[in-house]
Design a protein around this ligand. Structure first.
Ligand SMILES: [Ca+2]
Length: 454
């Protein structure tokens, strides 16, 4: 009997915002329990820190170079690529997708609730004059109280639809793949009135950022982050926005509980793999900034990954490096589906079963039209950021998790830079775009004088 799979995918969920990853606030008790009974990865690195490219990486098992969705909104995923939904659909799975549909070809799914048109229609049907998403003022850092009551709130509606789907699938012959694409806790941040005092701004701790934290950054990134920091002109504003962000995690967590209840009441819990991860993180006050974009910071690239399937894997915390591109081949192998050729991620099944390391290095990249592109190669401790203008930065994540100190100029790190640059080059040449090779690799962006000068 093939396992059911539920992939819970809250947008912009930085790993350390969950209780099981160290948040002292009790915002994720249900997810934390799933983590304590499952495999919780501490080193899951997204292939890209922005919604659409990262999502395309999860759905195709390819790096950005391999699927060519480089930006938000400007490039859609070409339907030529094999995806999770296509392969699982062919294998007899019933595939449902609820929530934000960035980069997803909806016709590949058997059932879809698209948060934007479908939820807006729902609100209209309820007689609401509110248009989703609500947009609190930028002066408030886009955080505030929703005009939508709790029972109609977006994430709760997604939970209700999923609850119905799980109950409908009980007793059916075919297994299911359910993708919960929660918009929360992505900005703009609004929570129902009911939760306005769930947390206080006193519960929120901001990082104590050194004055020179931006001094050794790429000048474009420095200017960009300084501009963002200007909007966060008081600690109280920053803390309030983060309080709303964390409360949204609690609302997602309530809905995870709803799904678990439906699984248990219909006898499907034992045969269901539950995965919790995200497309990318959020600065959450680092550099006095919120959100993401043009930065390769660890807060953005490190995402949670929790895999709960007690029937097969006992509870553990796993510090092996893994990436979102590894999920597609992993899920395919678990479901007995052949991994399509061209998939660039690596199956983690041996890692789940026997603790066998999948990769020594993780890679990510970002390509914008108006900023220098960057690529990252990292191991668990050392992280190289290489820009298309030849600039390089090196961070020691063990001692500097917020990346405040670029060590690239230090003579004692030359060996790490050389080693990571070798890996970056190997990765760049092996992960080419299968469909439009003339565009693939973005090698021309990076093959400038200086790359080989270690
Ligand atoms: Ca996102």
């Amino acid at each position: 009997m093939k396992p059911n799979i539920i992939l819970i995918y809250p947008d912009s969920l930085t790993a350390h915002a969950l209780g099981c990853y160290g948040n002292p606030n009790d915002v994720s008790p249900v997810i934390d329990k799933l983590a304590s009974e499952g495999v919780r990865f501490t080193n899951c690195i997204s292939a890209n820190p922005v919604c659409q490219p990262s999502r395309a990486s999860l759905h195709t098992g390819c790096y950005v170079t391999g699927h060519n969705v480089r930006n938000n909104g400007t490039e859609e995923l070409d339907p030529v690529y094999p995806t999770i939904a296509k392969e699982f659909g062919k294998a007899g799975y019933r595939c449902a997708y609820y929530g934000k549909t960035h980069s997803v070809n909806q016709e590949e799914w058997d059932d879809v609730f698209d948060l934007y048109p479908d939820y807006n229609r729902y609100l209209k049907g309820r007689g609401s004059a509110v248009a989703y998403p609500e947009r609190p003022p930028v002066a408030d850092l886009c955080a505030g109280i929703s005009a939508i009551p709790d029972e109609d709130f977006s994430e709760n509606i997604l939970g209700n639809i999923a609850d119905r789907f799980i109950r409908d699938m009980a007793g059916k012959k075919e297994p299911f793949l359910l993708f919960m694409s929660h918009e929360a806790p992505h900005s703009p941040w609004t929570i129902p009135e009911k939760y306005k005092d769930f947390l206080s701004t006193d519960d929120i701790a901001l990082p104590e950022i050194p004055d020179d934290a931006l001094e050794s950054k790429h000048p474009e990134l420095k200017a960009y982050l300084e501009k963002r920091a200007m909007a966060a002109d008081t600690d109280e504003k920053l803390k309030y926005a983060i309080k709303i962000y964390q409360t949204l995690i609690k609302i997602v967590d309530n809905n995870v509980e709803k799904l678990l209840k439906a699984l248990e009441e219909t006898g499907q819990r034992d045969n269901t793999i539950i995965i919790i991860t995200s497309d990318h993180g959020d600065h959450l006050g680092n550099y006095r900034s919120l959100g993401k974009c043009i930065s390769s910071a660890d807060n953005l690239l490190r995402v949670p990954l929790i895999v709960n399937y007690p029937k097969r894997w006992s509870a553990r915390v796993d510090d092996n490096l893994v990436q979102n591109v590894d999920l597609f081949p992993t899920l395919a192998e678990l479901a007995g589906i052949a991994i399509p050729s061209g998939v660039q991620g690596k199956s983690m099944v041996e890692l789940f079963d026997n603790g066998q390391t999948v990769r020594e290095y993780a890679f990510s990249e970002e390509h914008y039209d108006h900023f220098d592109s960057w690529m990252v190669a990292q191991d668990k401790r050392w992280k190289l950021v290489y820009y298309s203008n030849g600039r390089q930065e090196l961070y020691d994540l063990d001692n500097d998790p917020y990346e405040w100190k670029n060590l690239a100029g230090n003579s004692d790190v030359v060996e790490h830079i050389s080693r990571l640059k070798d890996e970056l080059l190997k990765w760049r040449f092996t992960c080419t775009d299968r469909k439009t090779p003339e565009r693939g690799c973005f090698v021309k962006d990076f093959m400038k004088p200086g790359f080989f000068r270690y």
